[in-house]
Design a protein around this ligand. Structure first.
Ligand code: FAD
Ligand code: MLT
Ligand code: ZN
Length: 493
């Protein structure tokens, strides 16, 4: 109910595009980049999970920042809603319209503008696909500071707009650190050219940070400058099995202590996740078939000295096995074996999607309590015949809790009611985050208050009013309805 009220309010001052608007947009982006047929629009209206479906009659594919600026200036003047869209791999419904907003798809803006191999940075347009960027910089001895399972489709602009985390967060940190400069277009068409690649630049407020993680609600990211780490010359990967989450956690402690500077990823998956991936994905097999385990951890080391890194990994695995916490394990012997282990981990999302309707929760909690939520959810969902899978970025305290109804792909109100709002309240009681890395989108504005205090939400509203006064950018996303009092923190007692 709260979500519906939010959408109605967000859309109330906006109008639908008319034929005249379409002609105007065509004069900006060219006829071939204006999509109006229902068949062409279907993928722009439907999210990756096929859970959120919009009703846009118009998608635009601008080819330059100037075109984005002119499109937005018109939408601002005419009060037309706009949904910026990258690769459309988002998992919270942020990238598709809630009604008939115009979809602004950045995919044509996919040029790499420069790579500086000395200082290690990349300047590129927002529509570059992450995997293509990785190939481009790898050929020059560098690596992208982020990696995620959606790399084949997601775009760097979408990654920045969601502040994507992923598999290398543990090593390279957040995009709030890796983005050196940004070009963004405000709702009224103003271009903010902050495309500097300077490492140090303390000249007052760091405005670009506002756009990182703002999910297209404050501006459209059109280009970026990113810090590039050198590609490690040696990478080694192990998969370890344990009989309990407590044993897995102790093993992670040993990994942090023994692997220290070469530790580059620490991911985990439970038995349910492993079984799903093996059952639903072609070519994925249980890497430890002799000994089913309750929990698995992928530990990757990367560095510049293969002998040293490999010796550290072996010594860590030996210690973990001798302690009895790790009961089985394997170290990948070549690139193909590593790729197979990563395919198992990265494919869980796809495997879940093939199994049934997925209720997806992306949670930060204190590490010691992370898996309790999976166990409590499993007990709670047993009467509904739902399958519960837990996996995620162990090294970042980020759990992906997934509830899935095998064979049933439609939403089930009873299942949803058994999970929400319980799950969000559970997280709030433990001072966790209701969204560790996927964002808020259209899925979670009504529970934002469980992770952010009212004065902070008040400042978010003030920023929205400042940068997008008519609320044309991604209406109904991220923000809950504005409070009656425009400055709630002033009146707070
Ligand atoms: P979209 O889905 O198109 O858009 C996402 C949001 O950003 C929307 O609100 C949209 O309006 C906005 N947006 C997009 N482009 C722009 C732009 N240029 N300017 C302004 N706003 C924009 N996420 C993680 O954090 N970590 C993971 O490990 C991870 N793994 C995933 C694995 C799979 C298999 C899948 C399907 C998704 C995964 N995701 C993950 C979620 C998703 O891929 C990321 O959120 C990704 O960053 C979205 O990029 P995109 O280009 O697809 O953006
Ligand atoms: C992942 O880490 O695999 C992603 O965030 C996708 C997901 O949570 O399903
Ligand atoms: Zn993730």
């Amino acid at each position: 109910l709260g979500a519906t009220r939010n959408l109605r309010r967000a859309l109330s001052s906006l109008r639908s595009p008319t034929e005249l608007d379409v002609q105007h947009f065509a004069s900006i982006v060219g006829d071939g980049n204006v999509l109006t047929s229902p068949t062409d629009l279907e993928p722009y209206n439907t999210d990756w999970m096929r859970k959120y479906v919009g009703n846009s009659k118009l998608a635009l594919r601008p080819g330059s920042t100037a075109e984005v600026s002119r499109v937005l200036a018109h939408c601002h003047a005419e009060r037309i809603g706009v949904v910026p869209q990258g690769g459309n791999t988002g998992l919270v419904g942020g990238s598709v319209p809630v009604a008939d907003e115009v979809v602004l798809s950045l995919g044509r803006m996919d040029r790499v503008l420069s790579v500086d191999e000395d200082s290690g940075h990349l300047v590129c347009e927002a529509g570059c696909v992450l995997e293509a960027l990785q190939a481009h910089v790898a050929a020059r001895g560098h690596t992208m500071p982020l990696d995620l399972g959606a790399k084949g489709s997601c775009q760097i602009g979408g990654n920045i707009a969601t502040n994507a985390g992923g598999l290398r967060f543990l090593r390279y940190g957040s995009l709030h650190g890796s983005v050196l400069g940004l070009e963004a277009v405000l709702a009224d068409g103003t271009v903010l050219d902050g495309l500097t690649a300077l490492r140090k630049n303390n000249t007052g407020y760091d405005v670009k940070q506002l756009f990182i993680g703002s999910e297209g609600t404050l501006g459209v990211v059109t280009a970026c400058a990113l810090a590039l780490p050198r590609a490690p010359s040696s990478v080694h990967l192990a998969l370890l099995g344990a009989d309990s989450y407590a044993a897995l956690l102790r093993t992670f402690g040993v990994a942090r202590r023994r692997l220290a500077e070469v530790l580059s990823a620490a991911e985990f998956l439970d038995r349910a996740s492993l079984e799903l991936a093996c059952e639903k994905l072609d070519g994925v097999r249980d890497p430890l078939p002799g000994r089913p385990c309750a929990q698995y951890m992928l530990v990757e080391v990367s560095g510049s000295d293969a002998g040293h890194d490999e010796a550290k990994l072996s010594a860590f695995v030996d210690e973990a096995m001798e302690s009895g916490d790790v009961v089985d394990g394997t170290i990948a012997q070549d690139g193909a074996q590593s790729a197979a282990l990563w395919r198992l981990r990265e494919g869980i999302t796809e495997a879940l999607g093939r199994t049934g309707r997925v209720y997806k929760y992306d949670v930060s909690l204190p590490l010691a309590q992370l898996y309790d939520l999976v166990e409590e959810t499993r007990a709670r969902m047993a009467p509904h015949g739902a399958l519960v899978s837990g996996f995620g970025h162990l090294g970042d305290g980020n759990l992906h809790l997934n509830v899935c109804t095998p064979g049933a792909f439609d939403a089930d109100a009873a299942v949803a009611a058994a999970i929400e709002p319980w799950v969000f309240e559970y997280i709030a009681e433990r001072r966790g985050s209701i969204s560790a890395e996927h964002g808020v989108g259209v899925m979670k504005p009504h529970v934002l208050h469980l992770s952010k205090r009212p004065p902070v939400i008040g400042v978010m509203h003030a920023l929205k009013r400042l940068l997008d006064p008519h609320g044309i950018l991604n209406p109904g996303k991220v923000l809950p309805p504005p409070p009656e009092d425009e400055r709630p923190w002033r009146s707070a007692s």
